[in-house]
Design a protein around this ligand. Structure first.
Ligand code: MF3
Ligand code: CO
Ligand code: CO
Length: 250
């Protein structure tokens, strides 16, 4: 069941969405060789709680930390740890903030120092894949239209789209209907309506699409150990298009 959000609901979601975006702005200057992902976790946790928010990942289905940090061939759901990031790494930081019971969910992939050719390519394709997905969103478009636009772009660039994880409806719950697949066929699937709120968050692999989950039960990696990048926004379907909600507050 897809919950349609009222104008009042959208206003209520804005603080959480702005805060999640502000968190990525806050984090960016700390992304340097030699820091640990635990340090990123501590920064995100403090920034969120000091604003009166709750970091949604913490204890979500048992997730042990306040943010997901996914380095290089980690696709998503990387658990912050004491390992240092290194020059040439790419790292996705995925922030979900709860404020007044409403969720905002956004992520970006950052370069640690100067990226090598493959790292830059997969990251820029993931960035563009999200933009392309967003450009399709309007009343009357279908979920298949979004998935197809993303898939055909990414595969045209000789990269691949992860199938096992997808975007999602969001609001007073972290993950709700509908599922937003990043692949599909034009015209298929649910038709978008004004007031639907969801994320688009394509995971793009430099190599093959296959993934596996490590024995910690969370960390998703590429089967071929190729690099993977991801960007995510939360958005609302408007009268004639969409509005991205996870933008910084200033
Ligand atoms: N933020 C992720 C998403 O985009 C979900 C993370 S779930 C967690 O949907 F438990 F790993 F935090
Ligand atoms: Co999400
Ligand atoms: Co997220």
């Amino acid at each position: 069941m897809v919950r349609i959000k009222s104008a009042k609901d959208i206003e209520a979601m804005r603080p959480a969405c702005h805060h999640a975006a502000d968190t990525l702005v806050m984090i960016e200057p700390y992304i340097k060789a030699g820091i640990t992902t635990d340090y990123i976790n501590d920064l995100v946790h403090a920034f969120t709680t000091e604003a009166g928010g709750i970091p949604a990942p913490l204890n979500y289905h048992g997730f042990p930390k306040s943010v997901c940090t996914s380095v290089n061939h980690v696709v998503c759901h990387g658990i912050p740890n004491s390992k240092k990031i290194q020059a040439g790494d790419i790292i996705n930081v995925d922030v979900t903030t709860i404020i007044n019971g409403w969720h905002g969910d956004t992520s970006m992939t950052f370069y640690v120092g100067e990226p090598k050719v493959q790292a830059r390519k997969v990251t820029e394709i993931a960035r563009r894949a999200l933009e392309i997905g967003i450009s399709i969103v309007r009343p009357g478009a279908t979920l298949g239209d979004i998935g197809h636009a993303i898939q055909s772009y990414v595969e045209g660039e000789k990269c691949s789209v992860v199938r096992e994880y997808c975007g999602h409806g969001i609001g007073t719950t972290f993950h709700e209907d509908p599922q937003i697949l990043h692949y599909g066929k034009p015209g298929e699937g649910l038709t978008l309506k004004q007031g639907m709120v969801f994320t688009i968050e394509p995971m793009v692999n430099f190599g093959k699409a296959g993934v596996k989950v490590l024995s910690d039960g969370w960390t998703v990696v590429t089967r071929d150990r190729s690099l993977s990048a991801q960007f995510e926004h939360t958005m609302v379907v408007t009268e004639d298009g969409c509005e991205v909600l996870t933008i910084p507050s200033s």
